[in-house]
Design a protein around this ligand. Structure first.
Ligand code: UDP
Ligand code: MG
Length: 307
């Protein structure tokens, strides 16, 4: 057996019920390999996840954990895992058993054949809620339209990466990190594997609407300045209309048909006010991102770990 090491990274936020089962299932699959580590990143869980992890780690040296001081979000949990993983190949997956551990041997064997990134595509599945499917396909459409990167629908953060890719990823220091987008722009030899997502084992989704929205905004503002061009273009179009309207007003005045024009005036004020606020908002999104990037704050704070 070739002696390489496999690292698995699992961000976990309030997954105490799932952690023992996931780690058991992973061990079944991974025991076939020479060396492996299972890194759970406890992302500020408020349940007993940390105690569960400490207990597991006590009895099994393959289990590593990193516990954050508070919730820093899924992407930062991935980052902490990537910073600590020592494997020759690293696999990121969720801690809720939605992604089948039985897919790992196929992914690892593709890596052995020379693929540096083995990413997965979640097939359309009736079991996934309509809301999730709708928001997810809308998001992929939006980011593909607005930015230069192309993301395939159903490509999430369940993927295998060679250690070269992980080393390159560690150089991306941005605060608003969006791994899917970064990895799509990195190059490397890639291949996709399809899978069908299972229902979550225990508990509810930890991706609230707010977290999904934040992730989408990071994805879009992190990879595109098109929204900024949009405001310029809209400004040009609206000024064009304003000139046409001015010409029309002059004609009306000269032909002596001038009316009070109360409603068109009011409409103009509201419309322009609304457009200006929207565009200032878009500018604000980018300035806000700059504000946080400039601060260079740590992306996560560890309160306890066994690595
Ligand atoms: N997660 C996390 N921090 C968060 C939100 C989620 O570490 O702030 C983890 C969560 O525990 C899970 C993975 O990220 O292992 C994916 O989240 P979830 O399964 O809730 O999302 P969904 O599958 O519903 O998109
Ligand atoms: Mg899930």
């Amino acid at each position: 057996m070739a002696d390489f090491k496999v690292s698995i990274i699992l961000p976990a936020h309030n997954e105490a019920d799932n952690i023992p089962i996931v780690s058991e299932e992973l061990k079944k699959v991974l025991s076939a390999y020479h060396s492996y580590e299972i890194i759970f990143v406890d992302d500020g869980s408020k349940d007993t996840s940390r105690e569960v992890l400490k207990n597991l780690a006590k009895n099994d040296s393959h289990i590593k954990f990193i516990s954050f001081s508070r919730n820093f979000g899924h992407q930062n949990a991935l980052r902490a895992g990537l910073d600590h993983a020592t494997g020759d190949c690293v696999i990121c997956m969720d801690a809720d058993m939605q992604q089948p551990p039985t897919l790992l041997p196929e992914m690892i064997s593709l890596w052995q054949q020379g693929y540096e990134i083995v990413y997965t595509l979640r097939d359309a599945n009736e079991k996934v809620s309509f809301f999730k499917r709708f928001t997810s396909s809308f998001f992929y459409w939006l980011i593909n339209t607005l930015s230069d990167i192309h993301l395939e629908t159903g490509a999430a953060d369940f993927r295998l990466m060679d250690k070269k890719v992980v080393a390159a990823l560690r150089q991306y220091k941005e605060v608003a990190v969006f791994y899917r987008g970064i990895i799509a722009t990195m190059g490397f030899k890639k291949i996709a594997v399809h899978y069908t997502a299972k229902p979550r084992l225990h508990g509810k989704t930890k991706y609230s609407l707010r977290k999904m929205l934040n992730l989408s905004i990071s994805g879009i503002t992190g990879f595109s300045t098109l929204p900024l061009h949009l405001s310029t273009m809209l400004g040009v179009v609206i000024s064009g209309f304003a000139f046409l309207y001015a010409a029309y007003a002059v004609v009306v005045r000269l032909t002596g048909n001038s009316v009070e024009g109360w409603s068109s005036l009011l409409f103009g004020i509201f419309f322009l006010g609304g457009v200006q606020l929207l565009m200032i908002g878009i500018l604000g999104e980018y300035i806000g991102k700059l504000f946080f990037e400039v601060k260079q704050r740590p992306n996560y704070i560890i309160s306890e770990k066994n690595i």
